[in-house]
Design a binder for this molecule. Structure first.
Ligand SMILES: [Mn+2]
Length: 381
């Protein structure tokens, strides 16, 4: 029985266009902090080694600061760490793994899986890597790496690969897809005891053997990931395989959709926003449908302005939003408008209630008029 850590898709150096410079710096730092968290999990769980199944780095063209900081953090991991080049960081001529920043700082406990030759990593345990040598391989690298494997006998063999599996793949003609049938067959024949995969950023078990997993990204990278933020602690031998997901991620990507019809919905939205944990590490994407009077639209603007300050990012998702702002009588009943301003407001309300191009402009003008006139809103501070 051996215990090790399976992780991947660190995407070190990733930048996100929706983050401000301040949030981006913390996002980058969190990805390095995750390496220290991985070191802590190794120590707590007494793991024998760590495999990183590709996309260690976001690209081969990175600020050297990213590389040297990552290697500094990895030096603190108390066991050996095996890095697999993936599609983001392939082992081509310009590879980050050949750069002076990497070769000049790589600590003795870090190794790159450069080919499919077996690597002895612990007594009775060997790794087979299926590294990417280019961004677009024309074959199933994992299938190739295990094609000639015989039964591992008393040895525990761990295959480390990167890429999408062919079952349910969106692009079934991609020649680089990992053939799951052949892989499971190799597992069932006792040639491989565990397959550590990278590429999918959601923590996912694949197929029916219990021995093929994507670890997912230890820090999330986008909204469409279902179970990121984990590393896998794997206990396995020929007889059994137990996989335990351990939370290390500290950031969250959250989408939230709200139907807005009035102030009660805004109360609910306000409570939802207030209840979010770790706001400065949460990237929000909000969408709205419905119709609001001006006073509620102004309150929504204020809520969004607060959210933009509190959260790592709080964008609105315009593709899924359809919010109309329609003034009602109550909007103007309390406003202290007289003379010319009152006449203008009445005129704008008539325009806003009609169909046509000017209606939108009139609503915008009314919203502005409301903001400038409403007590305690907009014109203060
Ligand atoms: Mn990836």
């Amino acid at each position: 029985m051996v215990r090790f850590l399976h992780t991947g898709d660190w995407q070190l150096g990733m930048t996100r266009r929706f983050l401000s410079a301040e949030a981006q710096a913390r996002f980058a730092a969190a990805r390095i902090d995750a390496l220290r968290s991985i070191g802590r999990v190794v120590a707590e769980r007494d793991a024998a080694f760590v495999v990183v199944a590709g996309d260690v780095f976001e690209s081969n063209h990175l600020d050297r600061q990213v590389v040297v900081r990552a290697l500094e953090a990895l030096a603190e991991v108390p066991v050996d760490v095996y890095l697999l080049p993936g599609n983001h960081d392939p082992l081509d001529a310009a590879s980050v793994y050949r750069s002076p920043a990497f070769t000049g700082h790589v600590p003795p406990n870090v190794a790159v899986l450069r080919d499919a030759a077996p690597v002895a990593v612990a007594p009775g345990v060997e790794l087979i890597g299926a590294p990417w040598a280019s961004k677009r391989p024309l074959e199933d690298l994992v299938g190739l790496a295990c094609a000639d494997l015989e039964s591992s006998g008393d040895m525990i063999r761990v295959l480390v690969g990167h890429g999408a599996v062919d079952r349910g793949a969106p692009d079934p003609d991609d020649p680089a897809l990992i053939g799951l049938d052949a892989l499971e067959d190799a597992v069932r024949r006792g040639c491989i005891q565990y397959v550590a995969l990278g590429d999918r950023h959601s923590c996912t078990e694949i197929g029916g053997t219990g021995r093929v997993w994507y670890a997912g990204a230890p820090e999330p990278t986008d909204f469409d990931e279902t179970d990121p933020g984990k590393v896998l602690v794997v206990d396995c031998d020929a007889g059994r395989c137990e996989v335990t997901a351990v939370q290390v991620g500290t950031w969250r990507f959250v989408r939230h959709h709200t139907d807005l019809a009035g102030s009660a919905d805004l109360d609910e939205l306000e409570a939802w926003l207030a209840g979010q944990p770790g706001k400065d590490r949460t990237v929000l994407r909000l969408s709205f449908v419905g119709t609001l009077p001006l006073r509620d639209a102004a309150r929504l603007d204020a809520l969004l302005a607060d959210a933009a300050d509190l959260f790592a990012a709080a964008g609105t998702w315009d593709n899924y939003s359809d919010l109309a702002v329609l003034p009602d009588d109550a909007d103007f009943a309390d406003l202290d408008l007289g003379g010319f301003a009152r006449d203008t407001a009445d005129e704008l309300r008539t325009l806003a209630s009609r169909a046509g191009r000017d209606a939108g402009t009139a609503r915008g003008a009314l919203a502005l008029l409301y903001r400038l006139s409403a007590p305690g809103r907009g014109n203060g501070g």
